[in-house]
Design a protein around this ligand. Structure first.
Ligand code: GLC
Length: 419
């Protein structure tokens, strides 16, 4: 069985999630059909208007790459059942609606930019007649609600579509199934058989954990872990998935945007806890990124360019950071991320004698440091020792560097253990 541990996924650390579909035209959350209990006929107005003339996968790939993302995951099918790929098993596709196989465009564009390709596939399907009208279904409680569907037919449909996705689009690196809930779980999905099909077709692929059986990594959603995640005492690879504004699909009137510096902190916090971050964009009704999404990605890109090595290929450190700071580590390079900028002196416990050189990462400017046994305040030798032995003290410029999150790169002495 493949493992995400130590492979491309953990080196990549940062990914782009793309939610696009008929709901993008409604522009009020990807669950709009369920939230507003819309009939299929009412929802079909988006199908009739679907025209992704501004969906440009190559541009998305470039923006992602510049932002420091190393993989990307597109909604091949979301809960509404609409497929962004050429499926022989349904007419409900972007190919029939607009002559565009968006999964093909996406996979090709991402690979061309050197990004790994992931596909999201919804286990829920409010369009398929075999899917039961349950509590999430738009037709719940309505007169035209169907009886419990023919799940075995739906299972065969899912297996068939997953086969299409894994055979028609080159090397797919990752599958994100979504999601399991009470009453709809591994048995209903035929999770074991589905997983076997996936592994047989693409032995190296990574699969998430939302089929309700263990996958290769776990997926905390809109929640930021602050420590490594473990299953039965063993650390597991994980990926926190986050939105820009609380909605996955384009949500025009929702202005609850996270600040780029907050997003960078979330990325670094993930890496410092051995996890990844996948950040979502919801292209608009014509397939384009709106200003807010584009500006956010560009702001992150400006940070990522000089700070890449503190993220890509880095992981948690066994050193304990001072207050208001996080460590990431890659071999003998220890990265100190300063969430708040202290005045002149920063004391690092346990690092005396272990650091050979220090610099600000964004501009490669040297940072002086010293070690004093039982450190005393400079110019006041009568003051009691303020730091325990073993402390290394950095001398920082007074002005905080003008980057979203300042990082100091500490080169550890030879012999210091890698993280
Ligand atoms: C949830 C939502 C879904 C979204 C997903 C992303 O499961 O149902 O709309 O695609 O999270 O992780």
């Amino acid at each position: 069985m493949p493992t995400a541990s130590g492979g491309w996924f953990e080196t990549a650390r940062f990914g782009l999630f793309v939610h696009f579909g008929l709901y993008s035209l409604a522009a009020r959350h990807e669950w709009v059909r369920s939230r507003e209990s819309m009939s299929q006929a009412a929802y079909d107005r988006y199908l009739e208007r679907f025209d992704p003339d501004r969906f440009d996968a190559r541009e998305l790939a470039r923006e992602a790459r510049r932002a420091g993302m190393r993989y990307a995951v597109l909604t091949a099918k979301h809960h509404d059942g609409f497929c962004l790929f050429d499926s022989s098993l349904t007419d409900y596709t972007s190919v029939r609606a607009a002559g565009r196989d968006l999964v093909a465009e996406f996979a090709e564009a991402m690979r061309a930019e050197g990004l790994r390709v992931g596909l999201y596939y919804s286990l829920l399907d409010w369009h398929h007649p075999g899917f039961p009208v349950d509590e999430h279904h738009p037709l719940r409680g309505s007169a035209d609600g169907r009886e419990a569907g023919d799940l075995s037919g739906y299972r065969a449909y899912m297996r068939g579509q997953v086969r299409e996705l894994l055979t028609g689009y080159g090397d797919v690196d990752l599958l994100f199934f979504d999601f399991t809930y009470p009453g709809m779980g591994p048995e209903q999905w035929g999770a074991k058989e589905l997983m076997e099909t996936v592994r047989e077709l693409r032995p190296g692929i990574l699969v998430n954990d939302r089929l309700g059986i263990p996958g290769d990594y776990v997926t905390p959603e809109q929640y930021q872990p602050d420590r490594p995640l473990e299953r039965d005492g063993v650390r597991v690879p994980w990926e926190a998935c986050h939105t820009l504004n609380g909605s996955w699909g384009y949500d025009r009137d929702n202005h609850d945007f996270k600040d780029p510096s907050q997003l960078v902190r979330m990325l670094v916090q993930s890496v410092s806890c051995g996890g990844n971050l996948i950040l979502n964009v919801g292209p608009d009704g014509r397939g384009s990124l709106d200003r807010r999404a584009r500006d956010t990605l560009r702001a992150i890109a400006e940070w990522s360019a000089p700070h890449s090595r503190a993220v890509h290929g880095a992981g948690p450190s066994s050193f304990r950071p001072p207050a208001n700071a996080l460590y990431t580590q890659a071999g003998r390079r220890l990265y100190l991320h300063l969430l708040a900028w202290p005045l002149t002196h920063l004391h690092l416990p346990g690092l005396a004698g272990r650091v050979r050189y220090a610099q600000l990462l964004h501009d490669g400017s040297e940072i002086a440091f010293h070690e004093v046994d039982g450190t005393r305040h400079e110019h006041n030798n009568l003051a009691p020792p303020s730091q325990p032995p073993g402390t290394l003290t950095l001398t920082l410029p007074v002005a905080r560097p003008d980057v979203l999150l300042p990082v100091i790169e500490l080169f550890l002495e030879e012999g210091e253990l890698a993280s």
